[in-house]
Write a protein that binds this ligand. Structure first.
Ligand code: MG
Ligand code: MG
Length: 248
């Protein structure tokens, strides 16, 4: 069941979203050769705690950290650890907070130091795909319009969209209905209405779409070892169109 939020609830989600965005902006300034993903995780935990919120990922089905840090061919759900970032790496950071009962969820991908033009194009296309999806998140459209817009950006550049992991509704819970695939048919799926809140999150691979889960039971990687990128925003559908809650 899709939960429609009141104006008051959306105001509260704005606060959770803002804190999510601030935490990610802080982390972005620390991403550089030499830092470990565990250090990024510690910075995130301190920042979120200091602001009276909780990291929603920590303890979620046993996940051990406050952020997901997925490097290079890792797509999502990478566990922070002793890995040292080096020039040319690509890192995606995904972070969620619970603030006053509501959730924010957002992710970005960035090159560490200088990355190849191919990788930079993938990063830009994945962010463009997210914004193409957001643009379609309006009352009267259907969910398939969002999914198809995301897929179209990836397909037009010969990238593959990850199929087994998808976006989601969000509110008091991190994962609410509906699941939001990053591929689909325009005009299909649930009707979009004012008061829906959702996390759109394209995961796009330079190679094929197939994935596998590593032995840590969390880290999702591309089967073919190709580089992957991931961007996510929590948004609200308002009568004026989409409002991005996790953007500063
Ligand atoms: Mg996320
Ligand atoms: Mg999410």
């Amino acid at each position: 069941m899709i939960i429609i939020k009141s104006k008051r609830e959306i105001r509260q989600m704005r606060d959770a979203g803002k804190l999510t965005a601030e935490a990610l902006a802080m982390l972005r300034t620390h991403i550089a050769p030499g830092i470990t993903t565990r250090e990024l995780d510690e910075l995130a935990f301190q920042f979120i705690s200091k602001h009276g919120a909780r990291p929603s990922f920590k303890g979620y089905h046993g996940f051990p950290a406050s952020i997901c840090a997925s490097v290079n061919h890792e797509i999502v759900h990478g566990i922070p650890g002793s890995r040292v970032l080096k020039p040319g790496d690509v890192i995606s950071v995904d972070l969620g907070v619970i603030y006053k009962g509501f959730q924010g969820d957002s992710a970005f991908t960035v090159g560490v130091g200088e990355v190849s033009p191919d990788v930079q194009s993938l990063i830009e296309a994945t962010e463009a795909a997210l914004y193409a999806g957001i643009e379609k998140a309006r009352p009267g459209n259907r969910l398939g319009d969002v999914s198809a817009a995301i897929e179209e950006v990836a397909a037009s550049r010969n990238y593959a969209v990850v199929r087994e992991y998808v976006g989601h509704g969000i509110g008091r819970q991190m994962h609410e209905d509906p699941p939001i695939p990053n591929f689909g048919e325009p005009g299909q799926g649930p009707l979009l209405r004012t008061g829906m809140t959702m996390a759109l999150e394209p995961m796009i691979n330079m190679g094929d779409w197939q994935t596998k889960v590593m032995d840590d039971h969390w880290t999702v990687v591309t089967q073919d070892g190709s580089i992957s990128a991931h961007f996510e925003h929590t948004i609200a559908i308002t009568s004026n169109g989409p409002e991005i809650l996790t953007r500063l």
